[in-house]
Write a protein that binds this ligand. Structure first.
Ligand code: PGA
Length: 253
């Protein structure tokens, strides 16, 4: 059975005190509720170490928002997979639309990042999704298919165990506009089918496919209730412990 996952992408928000405060608030509020999803939070690089310490002994896991493709070397300002692991981070988000748009990360680069992170034994939350004009012109399925095929489809079956997918239509990220539960389900089923065709049904049925894009307490339960939606990657609403906790509890058991 695949796992439901709710991950909070904190982006470039919160200093160290605020990060620790939010983690403490989350610990308290998650203790009061029942849920079965894996819960991850992804603070900015400088706060990862503190976040790992603050979450010790809890079920909250810490993820990074990015990683460099090289193992080490003269790449001023960059962070390697080894560095992440040395502070206790085992999961990394790769391919977020903001990295694709603002930092020009394309399929070729993302493929290198994925290869490096996998070789280092990390789990990857791989993000992808179409732009608004691509959906309007009816190209969303082919765009998503090529984003996945270009980066992930020459990996071997075993490497897929280290992958989590996050479908995030770009037009729904931070805009308040969400894909309808039916639109999310339609795309998630399409993605699962692509993977099943390429790698077999066991892989297709065991990969967790998260939805991301303006998920909030008011819409989480309906989106998460869809058969092929295995949780969410949450931006804005993950910055408040009450909202994030409500979203965690909305995930399927
Ligand atoms: P949002 O962001 O929930 O604020 O739309 C989602 C994301 O960027 O992963």
């Amino acid at each position: 059975m695949r796992k439901n996952i709710v991950a909070g992408n904190w982006k470039m928000n919160y200093n160290i005190e605020q990060t620790q405060q939010l983690i403490n608030d989350l610990k308290t509020s998650l203790e009061r509720v029942t849920y079965s999803a894996r819960v991850l939070v992804a603070p900015t690089f400088v706060n990862l170490s503190a976040a790992v310490s603050s979450t010790k002994g809890t079920s909250i896991e810490v993820a990074a928002q990015n990683v460099h493709q090289a193992e080490s070397g003269a790449y001023t300002g960059e962070i390697s997979a080894d560095m992440l692991q040395s502070v206790g981070v085992k999961t990394v988000i790769i391919g977020h639309s903001e990295r694709r748009t603002y930092f020009e990360e394309d399929d070729t680069l993302l493929k290198e990042k994925v290869k490096t992170a996998l070789a280092k034994g990390m789990e990857i939350i791989f993000c992808f999704g179409e732009q608004l004009d691509e959906r309007k012109s009816g190209n969303h399925f082919s765009v998503v298919e090529s984003q996945l095929k270009n980066v992930l489809f020459d990996l071997d079956v075993n490497q897929w165990k280290q992958l989590v997918l996050a479908y995030e239509p770009v037009w729904a990220i931070g805009t308040g506009e969400t894909a309808s539960p039916a639109q999310a389900q339609e795309m998630h089923a399409f993605i699962r089918n692509l993977i099943s065709k390429a790698y077999g049904e066991v892989v297709g049925n065991s990969i967790s496919i998260l939805y991301g894009g303006s998920v909030k307490p008011a819409n989480a339960e309906e989106i998460f209730s869809k058969a092929d939606v295995d949780g969410g990657l949450i931006g804005g609403a993950s910055l408040k412990s009450a909202d994030f906790t409500a979203i965690v509890t909305a995930s399927k058991s």
